[in-house]
Design a protein around this ligand. Structure first.
Ligand SMILES: *Cc1c(COP(=O)(O)O)cnc(C)c1O
Length: 403
């Protein structure tokens, strides 16, 4: 075998649909020595992590734990634990991740009804109402931040409709958690899941999951065993709860990382973090507008951390993304599903949501598009973005809290 060099990837600016840039403190936490998964020091870390998860989810739920696996494991954990074969479920579908939920739910033996919207648009409450009519659904599930389209789904009205019909309300918060307002308790969400590598800015590998009292009740009332041994929360919970019973070995290092990432979230403050994501989104949008680039996602319902924009006519998708990566070390995402070849997905998630990324990216994109003979006023993109920042700085200075 030829000699292998020491591993040294990187130097990338992660502005795709995840993973996002990771804070050096999180990387440092991943390099500290291992302890056993039942070590008293680790048990303390587990308790602290659960407390931090309750904070970021904005919930008093007892069950708030990081499930081993990526965001999809969180999706599967929610659905396998709450669905029994034959159950009627309603799922919101306006992109790839709603489709994935339908796939998982049907593998659980559910009768799936879809509440749909065109990709890029949010799903209207009426669509859920129609899909629920005459079904006696056990649960209604939807995606809060549809990463494939950039649509930001409003939740409280759907929660109310689900509860009126006696159904549980389950939400995918993989991309929204830590980047946009999330209120598990105030919005009436019975179960939610997320992933570590989007706005929490951790490497991929854990899926925060929370179950409220109604979901725990439904889990206890099951007539059949949970289909998945690994994701059976009745057993996983015995390890994370006071029993501390071994189920599977917790990924120790990933849990160190998540604890540090959540500590960073708490230091920044949830509202400040949501506002930072919003500001960088507005600056990016102003810059893209100056380049003549239009959003794909519905106006008024755009995600701050995932900007899905239409590729300008005549521009070669792959060529631009390759130039961004090779010449500027910037990764952005291509389109998924219905957006393939049609849209770019520009992520501003967690640590990646910062003004130097926005300004650097706009300059890089402008240079590349100018070489592609796209017409726009040179220099306007960064200037428009900078104007958004300048205004924000001025209004922060006149805010008495900063005096
Ligand atoms: C990324 C993502 C997932 C899947 O997470 P993985 O970590 O890739 O398994 C699920 N739902 C949404 C909305 C996502 O953005």
């Amino acid at each position: 075998m030829t000699e292998l060099r020491e591993l040294n990837p990187g130097g990338r600016i992660l502005m795709g649909p995840g993973p996002s840039d990771v804070h050096p403190r999180v990387l440092r936490a991943m390099s500290v020595p291992l302890v056993g998964h039942l070590d008293p020091d680790f048990l303390k870390i587990m308790d602290e992590t659960q407390e931090l998860l309750r904070h970021v989810f904005q919930t008093q739920n007892r069950l708030a734990i990081p499930v081993s696996g990526t965001g999809s494991a969180g999706m599967e954990a929610c659905l396998v634990n709450l669905i029994e074969p034959g159950d009627a479920v309603v799922i919101g579908v306006n992109g790839v991740f709603g489709e994935r939920m339908c796939d998982v739910a049907s593998r659980c033996g559910a009768q799936v009804s879809r509440a749909e919207a065109e990709w890029g648009r949010v799903i209207e409450p009426e669509a859920f109402q129609k899909a629920m009519a005459g079904k006696k659904a056990k649960l209604v599930a939807t995606v809060h931040a549809e990463t494939s389209t950039g649509a930001h789904q409003p939740l409280p009205d759907v929660a109310r409709l689900a509860h009126e019909a006696g159904a549980l309300f389950v939400v995918d918060m993989v991309t929204s958690l830590g980047g946009a307002e999330v209120q598990v308790d105030a919005w009436g969400i019975d179960a939610a899941y997320s992933g570590t590598q989007k706005c929490l800015s951790c490497p991929p590998g854990l899926a925060p999951v929370t179950f409220g009292p109604r979901a725990v009740e439904a889990l206890k009332a099951r007539k059949t065993k949970v289909q998945s041994w690994y994701l059976d929360l009745t057993m996983v919970e015995k390890y994370w709860g006071p029993d501390r019973t071994y189920h599977h070995t917790a990924p120790i290092t990933m849990n160190y990382a998540l604890r540090e990432a959540l500590r960073l979230v708490r230091e920044e403050g949830l509202e400040a973090r949501w506002a930072r994501h919003q500001l960088n989104h507005r600056a990016l949008a102003a810059g893209l507008d100056a380049l003549g680039i239009r959003f794909w996602s519905q106006e008024g319902h755009r995600l701050p951390m995932l900007n899905a924009v239409v590729i300008p006519p005549g521009v070669d998708d792959l060529k631009v993304r390759k130039a961004l990566l090779n010449d500027y070390h910037i990764e952005i995402g291509g389109g998924l599903g219905a957006g393939k070849g049609k849209v770019w997905r520009i992520g501003l998630m967690g640590e990646s949501s910062c003004r130097h990324h926005v300004l650097y990216f706009l300059n890089a994109l402008e240079t590349i598009l100018a070489a592609e003979k796209v017409k726009f006023e040179r220099g306007a993109a960064a200037a428009e973005a900078a104007a958004v920042y300048a205004l924000a700085i001025r209004s922060a200075r006149s805010d008495p809290r900063y005096a």
